[in-house]
Write a protein that binds this ligand. Structure first.
Ligand code: SF4
Ligand code: SF4
Length: 484
């Protein structure tokens, strides 16, 4: 293991992971109902394969991917479909989203996925990608991008470099740390399956320097596997070291083009949780019907990490953790820097739910009154995307799309580092998050207008040419004919 070069910008902030990592991962209680949103992954919503009153088994496919970027969904229990209807979900708080509601019969009768268990090295890389898709595997680091789609779009001639992201940099979240401590063999198995599916020559597992137990456990599993293609790289625990672009820069010294993807520079990044989910599917025939969720914060009695079936209500996990304390003031999904505030806890765990924070005022201090920018420059010093947040903020009032685009608003990863250090309490990241869709719309409109303008000029040019040809023909006709 070796430490890598310094991350640009970023912050060393308290990790707040001690409480949730005291105990081993435990299983969440079973619930009476499970709610499975059909659009819980990036891309298009999955298409239901079941209807109300159908019986389903644990692990049975209940929705298939729509054409394009989409993912399979499987039942997390055995029981009966009681509705397919819009329900509130934590990843789309604006409006209810179409969901499959399943009544649990408590029997956990398994769907026969025996055919799913494969010796992955004996199938072709394309078949391996297809197989990973059928397990409903999506990125478990937060974006829930369908893994097979990402693998297919990353295939390149010499095989891309595979990077497994175990740099769980955001405060409070510890599900990956516990996974690496307790299920390191699954991660190594998943890494080998991914190497095969991508025809990749090697795999680097990145892990932060403040999780020695997880490092030791991974190293032990790697020694046992004896696969020299896989190596572990230790990176400094600086937030946001685990951001995809930041991690690629730290580990490989490569920069992802601002308007491109890691695949453009021959790198594929997957979360360690995704690798473990692939192992459980390929080796054990278990599709992605559960994940580890960190439940923590001063507002919950017993913090911990729970193996949780997708579709479990947050309220049930809170109850598993002893309920709220009287200091509880705010509920979030995700970490304290980039998490989303939730209006209530009757929301289902989705594949992207890595952490639930029941926060007190001690965890998340209420923001003070916003003051004018004093041009101190703190925000640009910590920006890991090397932006000038104070300038971006300036061009938001009034909205100047051209300058915002020129100053890289779309490169902002919404990490919140600038907010954290701003003495004027300006909610910079929130403003940037809100401004991005406006800028994208403006740029799209500008592109459409440019295209319309080019079409208009092309039409005028064509008409002038036709007219000139017409005149030339007329002139030719009117020329006096010579006497023979
Ligand atoms: S939120 Fe955006 S602008 Fe602010 S530090 Fe992070 S990347 Fe930079
Ligand atoms: S940290 Fe806040 S006050 Fe300082 S320059 Fe940035 S926006 Fe202005």
């Amino acid at each position: 293991m070796s430490a890598q070069r310094k991350v640009s910008g970023g912050l060393r902030i308290a990790a707040h992971k001690e409480r949730s990592t005291k105990q081993a991962i435990r299983a969440a209680s079973s619930s009476e109902r499970y709610v499975i949103p059909l659009d819980q992954h990036s891309g298009l919503p999955a298409l239901p394969l079941v209807k109300p009153s159908d019986r389903v088994r644990l692990g049975q496919p209940i929705a298939q991917p729509a054409p394009g970027i989409s993912a399979w969904l499987h039942s997390p229990v055995s029981g009966e479909i009681i509705a397919i209807e819009p329900r509130s979900a934590p990843h789309r708080l604006g409006a209810p989203t179409l969901s499959v509601v399943i009544a649990n019969d408590g029997r956990d009768e398994r769907f026969d996925n025996a055919a799913a268990i494969v010796a992955f090295e004996q199938i072709s890389p394309n078949e391996a990608c297809e197989h990973i898709a059928r397990g409903g595997i999506v990125g478990l680091g937060g974006a829930a991008f369908p893994t097979a789609n990402k693998l297919e779009s990353s295939l390149c001639e010499n095989g891309p470099q595979l990077l497994l992201n175990g740099a769980e940099c955001e405060p409070y979240i510890s599900c990956d740390e516990m996974l690496m401590r307790e299920r390191a063999e699954d991660i190594i198995f998943g890494a080998r399956a991914l190497l095969h599916a991508l025809c990749a020559p090697n795999c680097t597992i990145a892990i932060e320097d403040d999780v020695p137990e997880a490092q030791a456990s991974l190293q032990k599993a790697l020694d046992k596997a004896g696969d020299s293609r896989i190596r572990i790289r230790v990176v400094p625990a600086v937030y946001p070291a685990g951001g995809e672009r930041q991690l690629i820069a730290t580990v490989f010294g490569l920069e992802v083009p601002h308007d491109g993807f890691p695949a453009d520079i021959g790198v594929v990044c997957q979360n360690v949780g995704t690798a473990a989910a692939i192992a459980r599917w390929i080796r054990d025939g278990q599709p992605l019907t559960s994940r580890i969720v960190t439940v923590t914060g001063d507002g919950v009695r017993e913090a911990g990490n729970l193996e949780t079936r997708i579709g479990t209500a947050f309220s049930s996990l809170i109850a598993d953790c002893g309920g709220y304390t009287d200091r509880m003031s705010r509920l979030l999904m995700g970490g304290s820097m980039m998490g989303t505030s939730l209006p209530h806890d009757e929301l289902p765990v989705v594949k992207a739910t890595n952490c639930i924070i029941a926060a007190s005022a001690f965890d998340l201090q209420p923001r003070g009154m916003e003051m004018p920018c004093i041009r101190c420059g703190n925000c640009s010093e910590v920006c890991p995307a090397l932006l000038l947040p104070q300038q971006l903020h300036w061009f938001l009032q009034p909205f100047d799309g051209q300058q915002l685009s020129r100053h890289g608003l779309l490169d902002c990863i919404e990490c919140g580092c600038c907010d954290y250090v701003c003495p004027s309490q300006i909610p910079l990241a929130e403003r940037f998050r809100e401004a991005k869709p406006l800028l994208i719309r403006e740029l799209d409109a500008q592109r459409d207008a440019d295209a319309a303008r080019s079409r208009y000029y092309a039409r005028n040019e064509r008409l002038s040419r036709l007219e000139a040809e017409h005149r030339a023909k007329l002139a030719e006709k009117r020329k006096p004919k010579r006497e023979p």
